[in-house]
Design a binder for this molecule. Structure first.
Ligand code: TYD
Length: 139
């Protein structure tokens, strides 16, 4: 699920990694933000989005992204600025800082909207069950 970005390297001059939005992203970018100044071991996120799709790149350092669909958790280490990962709508996710001062760049499909967040895991699971039609609740 990691996406390798087109990367041009020049000997002795480092590298350029490129996100051509129309080729890499299944959405138009409406917003970018970057998270930084975080100490090793800190875990951020702990939420899902109802509709927002995001693509994350750790442009410096290392961050572990956990994606949880309510049934299964998957962990992805972003420790190379030439790779990114989709954080799709409806995925419960966390971001754990593996190195001090890592910088996580996020491209998002919509402007900030607090009402698009699901911040409570129990609510998230309830909503997933409802959508999947597997509810055991007879009420
Ligand atoms: P949040 O998305 O909860 O951070 P994280 O997932 O990294 O733990 O955002 C942290 C705070 O910043 C929260 O109060 C909302 C605010 N915020 C905005 O105002 N605009 C934004 O685009 C983002 C991403 C966050």
């Amino acid at each position: 699920m990691l996406t390798k970005l087109q990367t041009n390297t020049a000997r002795g001059e480092g590298a350029v990694s490129i996100i051509e939005a129309t080729q890499i992203l299944p959405f138009s970018v409406a917003r970018t933000y970057h998270i930084y100044g975080v100490k090793t071991g800190v875990v951020r996120g702990h939420h899902a989005h109802k509709k927002l799709n995001q693509f994350a790149v750790c442009v410096y350092g290392a961050v572990c992204i956990m994606l949880d669909n309510g049934e299964e958790k998957r962990f992805y280490t972003l420790d190379n600025p030439s790779c990114g990962i989709m954080i799709p709508a409806q995925a419960w996710h966390t971001m754990e800082w593996l190195r001090d001062d890592s910088v996580l760049l996020v491209l998002a499909s919509a402007p900030y909207d607090e009402s698009d967040y699901i911040r409570n895991y129990e609510d998230y699971l309830r909503q997933r069950i409802k959508e999947d039609g597997h509810s055991c609740d007879n009420g």
